[in-house]
Structure formats: C-alpha cells, structure tokens
Design a protein around this ligand. Sequence first.
Ligand SMILES: Cc1cc2nc3c(=O)[nH]c(=O)nc-3n(C[C@H](O)[C@H](O)[C@H](O)COP(=O)(O)OP(=O)(O)OC[C@H]3O[C@@H](n4cnc5c(N)ncnc54)[C@H](O)[C@@H]3O)c2cc1C
Length: 529
Amino acid sequence: MRLFCPTAQLNSGWMHTDARKVDNGSLIEGDLCIVGAGPAGISMALDWMDSSHRVILLEGGGFEYEDQMQELYAGKTTGQRYFPLRSVRLHYFGGTSGHWAGYCSPLDPIDFSRREWIEGSGWPISRQDLDPYYRKAQAVLDLDPFDYDVSSWQRKNPTWNPLPFDESQIRNKIWQFSPPTRFGTRYRERILDSRPIHLYTYANAVEIVANESVREIREIRTKNLAGKELRVRAKHYVLACCAIQNARLLLASHNQAAGGLGNGHDLVGRYFMEHVETNSAELWLAKPDSLDMYMVDYGKSKARAELAIGAAFQQEQRILNGTCSLSPLEVARSHKPFIETWNEDDKEAEKKMRLGLLRGRISSRTASGSGRYKGFQVFTRLEQAPRAYNRVTLDTERDALGMPRANLHWELTALEKHSIRTIAGLIGKECGRSGVGRIRLMEYLRDPKDSSWPSFTGAGWHHMGTTRMSTDPAQGVVDANCRVHGISNLFVAGSSCYVTAGAPNPTLTLVALSLRLSDHLKSKMAGRA
Ligand SMILES: Cc1cc2nc3c(=O)[nH]c(=O)nc-3n(C[C@H](O)[C@H](O)[C@H](O)COP(=O)(O)OP(=O)(O)OC[C@H]3O[C@@H](n4cnc5c(N)ncnc54)[C@H](O)[C@@H]3O)c2cc1C
C-alpha cells in the first residue's frame, strides 16, 4: 500500500498515524523525513509548520511511557561506572525531555576553538554561527530571551551578590531554567494540528537503505512490536534519535556499507562524551550567607549563576572547561549521588526516580535560598576530553525488533581529574585572597599523582559525540551542515554532532544546532544551498 500524505488528511489538520494500524509493508512518501520526536526532532518539525513541503516525523514510541518500548534501549556499559542504558533516555513522543530538569546555558566561545592541549578539539563552526539559533531555541524551550549577561540578571534580582573573585579568573556564568518544557505534552497538539507534518508513532527506524553507490538514501525501514513494517521515502532524511541511537542506527545499517553508513573512517559511535558531574570541595564562608545568586530557587528566580573559569586560565593551565555550582552542605548531604541510586537492579527505585523526575526537577540541587549558611558543597560539571575509544558499538544480542543492542564504553582520564583539582584549587586561592573563606578539597583530589575515581563520580545523562562534526571526512562523520560525509541527503540533528562538550547541559545547544540544520535544509530545498 502507498500512502502519500493524502489531501483529505492535509485539510483535516489531524496528521497522525499509529504505525501499528497501517497495512504491513506500506510505503510513505514525503519531502523531509525526521527520525525521532525528542527535543531535536520536534524543534525541527515545529520550524516546518508553515512550509509547503511534506514532513514525515517518525517516532519509535507512542504518546506515553511503556516498559516494552523502553526495553528496546537496554544495553551494556563498560569502563567508568554509568547509569543503566535502559533508563538514561526515554523512548516515546517527546523523548528524554520527559526526564530533563531544564537547566540551560550556551557554550562559551572557547568551546568551539581548537585548543592545542585538548586533542580532537575545534568545531568547524563558531559560537557566532550559533547565536541566531540560540535566540530561537530560547523560545522553543520556554526560556526568557537570550540574555546570559550577569549584570542584567543582577538588576532583576537585587539580592544577588557575586562572590568577590577576580573576574579574569573566575566569572559568573548564568544558567536559565526551562519550566522544564516537556516536548511530548507541550507540542503534541501543535504537531498534530500542523498540515505539513505527518507524525507516525510506533515507527521505529531499524534500517537506513542507500542506493547502490551508497551516495544517497533511498528509504528508511521501520518496525514495531505489532509486527508491522513501513517504508519511508523522502528527498532528505534527518536522524534525531539521540546520540546513542543515531550511532546505533547508522552502525546497524550495514547491508550496503560494511561497518555501517557514514562509517568509512571507522568514526561512527566514537568520541562519545558525557559531563563528569561530581562533588569536588566544600566552601566554608567566613560569615554565613545565602549566596542567593548561586542557588536554585524555582519559585522566585528563573536563573542562577555558576562559577566559571576564564579562558586564559584554561589555556595557561591546559585544562578542560568546567563550572562549579554551590548548594548548602545540609541540603547536599541529605541526597545520595544519583549514580548510587539510579540503578536498574532495583526496578521499583528506578520507577520512583523516573516518576519523581517526570513531576519536577532534581531536588538534590534545590535550596530554599532564604537561609544563611557557612558551609556549601562545590559541585563541578566538567567537559570530558573527546577520545576515540569512548564509543557506542553493536552487541551480538538483539532487541525485540531484531536491532543489535547498543554497548557503551566510557572512560575518564587523568586530564579530567587534573582539571577538576585545578579548578577547585583556583576557587580556593580566590577565597583566600578575597577573605571570603576557605575551600576544603575532597579527599580523592588531594594526591595529584592519583588518577583513580571515587565510586560517587557521576555524569549528567548528557550524551554527546558519536557522529562528530568536521569538514574533513577522515576526522568527522558529519560536515559543518550536519550532513553525513559522502551521502547527499542524510543529516544528523542533536548532540551526537558535538565535537567537544563544553560545561553546560546540552539541550539548549542541540536545539540551536537543529534549528540551524533546519534553515540549511530550507535553503537546500529552495535551491539556494
Ligand atoms: C534525568 C535527566 C535530566 C536531564 N536534565 C537536563 C538538563 O537539566 N538540561 C539539559 O540541557 N539536558 C538535560 N538532560 C538531557 C536531555 O534530556 C537531552 O539532552 C535531550 O532530551 C536530548 O534530545 P534529543 O531529541 O536529542 O534526544 P531524546 O530526547 O532522547 O529523543 C530522541 C527521540 O527519538 C526517538 N527514537 C529513538 N530511536 C528511534 C528510532 N530508531 N526510530 C524512531 N524514533 C526513535 C525516541 O523515542 C525519542 O522520542 C537530562 C536528561 C536526563 C535523563
């Protein structure tokens, strides 16, 4: 059966099909096919609402969480202790935005530059290239306008007093809070009501099929647990399934290209990155303070600051970029690190955690903001150096749809530990110089020769890399426009295209990057690119 986004449906403004209910083997045709309806895919789709092109949005799951869909994400992890792959992302319409906490901040200009002390650093685009799209992304994420200027937030929050540090060394970097936008509920009606967009739920992409020369994609095959298969044909295809799934899908599409599509240089799945998120020190103030500016105070403020490290200091010390957040010790101590509680072995605990996160933000980082404290926990979020051996590969075991499961290997290096220690040391030095108080480095950071990691070392559920961007096909999977090298009509949206991670949580930047890709595709379809 051939489905062609029929006119009757176009006029009705109700463009949704449950792929379990179509005839087996149906062919769907459109102009643009976006695979995955999380923040990356939905942001792009929203940008095509007024288009005359037919957009097919394929979502593997339905509109609600289902255990059997989530099970398709299960996989093995090796290396540094990590969360279970089954539960680090959500597999239904809206994607992992059903879990996210809404912390947003843009990457710094230095994050895009080539830093000779960090192998593999250097994006082919600059922060300026992303700025117009950051502005648009703010609205998609229900944030205030694109304003990350500290003094302007201080004007809005008169109780904000910055720590008196040398700003050339330690500056205050603003994080804005999304409500957090749950894409699955926030944009569901808009997507369903949109004429150009046709959403297919329960349409899991399982194979990307290229033409004989492997220079162009011919179709995408989808499957579901009801045993129905669909074939989807479009002029252009965008993978927006998240960093692990994008790599998994490319690697599993190996019928025409040994090793998978776009993998001529054995790069697909490699350079996976996470944020190292861990307690690093205690800050003891000389005088109790509320440090309002640094607190997460949801009812009152839509932003907070973290301590960020100046670019010149990063260069001088040859360290990675990272920021430090502060929370009162009595609040921080009342929460176990997530890496110790987010554990699939205990299904009930995992379920509670999931439900808790769906309802609100991560409470371990919240503080009343009204009390005055002497002791604060210093919590560091650090980019990880891109390393080829940190990677997503395919397992021999298959999921219920016959897709090889994903394996993740993730390791940290001495550079990450050295960077965390150096950043905490700098804060200590500035505390002493300014008379603010003292820093007590955590035990595991005291020996500079030790590069082991304590059991509580955590990560941010931030998956980046795996289809990294480079103008050189030997160095990256996608080019500066997020097109897979060597394939004319296959693109990737999301944080899998990141070259380096920067310190901020990834969603604002990945939405901006997806909107930039959207613009590029519009120009291409209009014959301008
Ligand atoms: C607990 C938690 C807290 C977080 N907090 C923050 C935060 O505060 N700030 C921040 O910036 N980020 C945060 N994140 C990360 C954030 O959720 C992700 O960066 C974001 O959701 C990634 O968007 P995405 O669209 O690329 O991927 P996803 O959100 O994972 O969406 C991918 C979509 O693709 C679908 N899909 C997957 N495979 C297929 C397939 N084969 N065929 C069809 N569809 C498919 C999925 O069902 C899903 O809908 C957090 C994550 C977690 C888990």
